[in-house]
Design a protein around this ligand. Structure first.
Ligand code: C5P
Length: 230
């Protein structure tokens, strides 16, 4: 069964603590993104670890190989389970990041093309004008895995193709998950937990559908039930 990561998209350590307290203990895999990390610092990660939680550090690193290698080493020292880098940083950058996490429990996950880069102003702006999104996602995913990424981030829609194309042990991480009937918010496309699982996702990232629910614990239980059923 796929694992579920809950996104702690909040602005302070105190808010993160409050949210963790609302979640059931089975929701023990949590995503720390840019806002919380910039505001709360590495102590946020250390605190979650001390409370027995596993951490997905979603920093989407993208810089010269030497800089990314140093940052990835620091993340591995924080004992995060997952760390994101941008596939667009290229093979040498990903090889450097992989060197940095080797020997630790940290697995490297490559973000292919942000969904915000879709459409006419999108992929062109990202430097791949004239290339259609799905082939660019596939190219970047293959390149990242070849360079040492343990997995990739992908929408549920793209996961099916990547599941076929990538080695079986590549981890597919899928955000954009909504429980049936929830608002899609700012997502271009959404999938239910069952749809993402059937598309081949190994790890589902869920934010607002759980964290903004009247009862996050009930919403988390609904996600789990849907995954068991699927
Ligand atoms: O929309 P939701 O609140 O479920 O988003 C959860 C997480 O998924 C956010 O932290 C966001 O960074 C991530 N996300 C993503 N790619 C998208 C949309 C959201 O990685 N296209």
């Amino acid at each position: 069964m796929a694992e579920v990561v809950i996104a702690l998209d909040v602005a302070s350590r105190a808010a993160a603590r409050n949210l963790v307290d609302l979640l059931p203990s089975e929701a023990n895999f949590l995503k720390v993104g840019l806002e919380l990390f910039v505001r709360g610092g590495p102590d946020v990660v250390t605190e979650l670890g001390a409370r027995g939680r596993r951490v997905f550090l979603d920093l989407k690193l993208h810089d010269i190989p030497n800089t990314v290698e140093a940052a990835a080493k620091a993340a591995a020292e924080l004992e995060v389970d997952l760390l994101t880098v941008h596939a667009q940083g290229g093979s040498r950058m990903i090889e450097a990041a992989r060197r940095a996490v080797d020997g630790s429990g940290t697995r490297l996950i490559a973000v292919t093309l942000l969904t915000s880069l879709s459409g006419p102003k999108g992929i062109g702006a990202a430097g791949a004008s004239g290339v259609d999104r799905s082939s660019e996602v596939l190219r970047l995913a293959r390149q990242a895995v070849d360079a040492g990424a343990h997995g990739v981030v992908s929408s549920a829609g793209e996961a099916r193709v990547l599941r076929e194309a990538l080695p079986r042990d590549s981890i597919i991480v899928t955000p954009g998950i909504r429980l049936r009937g929830d608002a899609r918010d700012d997502h271009v496309s959404v999938a239910t937990p069952g749809e993402a699982l059937r598309a081949g996702a190994d790890i589902l990232v869920i934010g607002r559908s759980v964290t903004r629910a009247a009862s996050p614990a009930d919403a988390f239980a609904t996600v789990q039930a849907e995954l068991v059923e699927a």
